[in-house]
Design a protein around this ligand. Structure first.
Ligand SMILES: Cc1cc2nc3c(=O)[nH]c(=O)nc-3n(C[C@H](O)[C@H](O)[C@H](O)COP(=O)(O)OP(=O)(O)OC[C@H]3O[C@@H](n4cnc5c(N)ncnc54)[C@H](O)[C@@H]3O)c2cc1C
Length: 566
């Protein structure tokens, strides 16, 4: 075969190998080399928390193809025709001479490797804040295979009894679950007012309560002031209010910083968010150099703003696009992200796509309509599980801007469907009669997502007069004169109740007991049930009898994020 184009890929985890494999598939003549600093290749980093938590035990599974072959340099050479060099670091990019400088981390030997096209896929590094004591033994991150090995050993050794996870984002919460499953007493410390910032506050609180119910402690609105140790080993985490949490392990999970050192030293443009700037072909400011994965900056497909989205699915998709463009010329496009993501939170999942209400407001959308829907994912007789969703739309156009979903039900399906709706720029009206699959093992006749759109349609048309749980809480705090009505059955009320001064009148008795309601027809009445379907029926009934300020607590008791009496 004729000597082909020399392609060098820096980084051999997710985006890099994908770009390399795609390039080689499309151009068998290409000489493709992956340079990888870590000892492993193609690590399934998203699986680290489950290896640490003992969901599976064979380390090899993190590094293998679905048919069980470990993706090592031999595999890359034999199966893919790609040279992969591990424990080798690229120390510089010489754009003028079109070569990279390498250092073999085992021998220290240095060499130069020429390229015709270069792909930078150097990923990101876990942030390490300059907190006093951060160098103590017992403080780690969960970003690399090394970290996963260390935490797995901690699980297996069973010596550590208490740990603190610093940061309540996706990796922090997954790490919390993994360590809790290992029998370690866990506290998550989050500086912001909520965990999982991709969700709106009231959605995140539902999950926070769930994490607490699993015997893991969560502290929000508080930072870490120092790590305290004895003889070089961590003994406690000191919080900004002076409290000390004794522990032998702290895992830092406060986000990642893109690895842009090589790119910026080579004079490539860095974007406003700190990631490597690329165009829609994933080409950097040097036309011979492409960049993919966690190290780049992307465009948000709704707002058009620059953003970063360190997600494994996007890294792979970008690798595929860049791999094609480097061998066939710029034909494939990577349009950006709508920040679709999901994570497991003990028995619940948390997912989001598009903009949350707070992110939409930050982006300048101020005429929004939102709704919270709590309902089941399938019939009771098929083992129904709860889903709580929040849909955010533009009031004027009805365009759906975002959907968040939490709960023990099938969150993934909700978010995947919603992501397609958002990418297709669908409106609430489009979703109202969407044709989704139905059979009892899989969903209700009206799928939860469609039911959420129905609620939003009712709200847009002025039929449903919803009120969010934080708004109700504010009314309670300022001792507003609202009259609160729970329309569930007496049995349900006995088993679980919010306890905010509500009166119980079951929906079936409401018609006969209207005289028990406030005589003042202008007084605000807030009604609810378990999920607020009966609450909505109560609203319509009361309005028909002349009350003209009736609100429905969205999501009912199930989505109430604050403390309950019972
Ligand atoms: C614990 C955890 C859980 C996650 N869960 C999810 C999830 O559920 N869903 C999801 O979508 N995403 C998840 N992610 C994120 C996902 O893993 C990343 O987005 C993805 O790995 C990014 O791929 P990448 O190739 O850009 O970078 P990386 O995976 O970071 O790989 C970059 C590689 O480049 C190498 N490198 C860096 N500098 C050099 C150099 N100078 N020379 C040579 N090599 C170099 C490094 O050794 C590294 O292996 C998770 C991440 C972690 C850590």
């Amino acid at each position: 075969m004729a000597k082909g184009r020399r392609i060098v890929v820096i980084g051999g985890s997710a985006a890099g190998p994908k770009a390399a494999a795609r390039a080689k598939r499309l151009d068998q003549n290409a000489e493709v080399t992956i340079i990888q600093k870590a000892p492993e290749l193609s690590m399934a980093s998203c699986g680290y928390p489950y290896f640490v938590g003992g969901v599976f035990n064979e380390r090899k599974q993190l590094l293998s193809t679905p048919y069980g072959e470990v993706r090592d340099p031999d595999f890359f050479l034999q199966t893919k025709g790609i040279t992969a060099r591990t424990e080798t670091e690229v120390t510089a990019i010489d754009r003028e001479r079109r070569l990279v400088r390498l250092r073999d981390l085992r021998s220290g030997q240095e060499e130069e490797l020429p390229y015709d096209r270069l792909v930078i896929a150097t990923g990101a590094t876990a942030r390490q804040p300059p907190i006093p004591g951060i160098e103590l033994e017992g403080i780690t991150t969960l970003q690399s295979m090394r970290d996963a090995d260390l935490l797995r050993k901690i699980r297996d050794d069973k010596q550590i009894t208490r740990a603190v996870v610093v940061g309540g984002g996706l990796i922090g919460i997954e790490t919390c679950e993994a360590l809790q499953l290992s029998g370690i007493d866990i506290t998550v410390v989050e500086m912001l007012p909520q965990i999982l910032m991709f969700l709106d506050w009231e959605m995140a609180k539902v999950l926070e309560n769930h994490v607490r119910s699993k015997a893991a402690n969560v502290l929000t609105d508080i930072g870490v002031a120092a790590f305290i140790g004895r003889e070089g080993k961590l003994t406690a985490v000191k919080l900004s209010n002076g409290t000390e949490l004794p522990c032998q392990l702290a895992v830092l999970a406060i986000g990642v910083t893109p690895n842009i050192g090589l790119a910026s030293a080579a004079g490539l443009k860095i974007g406003v968010t700190g990631g490597i700037e690329v165009n829609e072909f994933l080409q950097t400011s040097d036309p011979d150099i492409y960049a993919v994965g966690d190290c780049i900056e992307l465009t948000h497909r709704i707002t058009g703003a620059k953003t970063r989205a360190p997600f494994g699915d996007l890294a792979n998709l970008q690798g595929r696009v860049a791999g094609e463009n480097i061998v066939l010329g710029n034909g494939a496009i990577f349009p950006g992200t709508i920040h679709t993501g999901i994570c497991k939170v003990f028995d619940f999942a948390a997912g989001s796509t598009g903009l949350s209400e707070s992110k939409a407001r930050e982006a300048g959308y101020d005429d929004l309509v939102t709704v919270v829907n709590a309902s089941l994912d399938k019939p009771e007789f098929m083992g129904a599980k709860l889903l709580i969703s929040k849909m955010v739309a533009e009031r004027q156009t009805g365009r759906i801007l975002g959907v968040q979903c939490v709960g023990p039900g099938d969150v993934g399906k909700q978010i995947a469907t919603a992501a397609m709706a958002i990418l297709g720029k669908l409106t609430v009206q489009d979703l109202v009669n969407a044709d989704l699959p139905y059979a009892p093992p899989f969903s209700l006749p009206i799928d939860h997502l469609i039911a959420t759109a129905h609620l939003l349609e009712n709200k847009l048309k002025g039929r449903l007069n919803g009120i969010s749980s934080p708004e109700v809480k504010k009314r309670l705090e300022r001792k507003a004169d609202s009259w609160i009505l729970d329309v569930r059955t007496a049995g349900e009320f006995e088993a679980m109740r919010i306890g905010i001064g509500e009166t119980l009148i079951p929906l079936g008795e409401l018609r006969d007991r209207l005289d028990e309601l406030p005589a003042d027809k202008d007084r605000e009445i807030i009604c609810y049930c378990k999920i607020s379907l009966r609450g909505y029926e109560a609203q319509r009934l009361l309005e028909a009898h002349g009350w003209n300020n009736v609100r429905v607590l969205e999501g009912g008791v199930m989505a109430w994020p604050f403390g309950r009496e019972k």
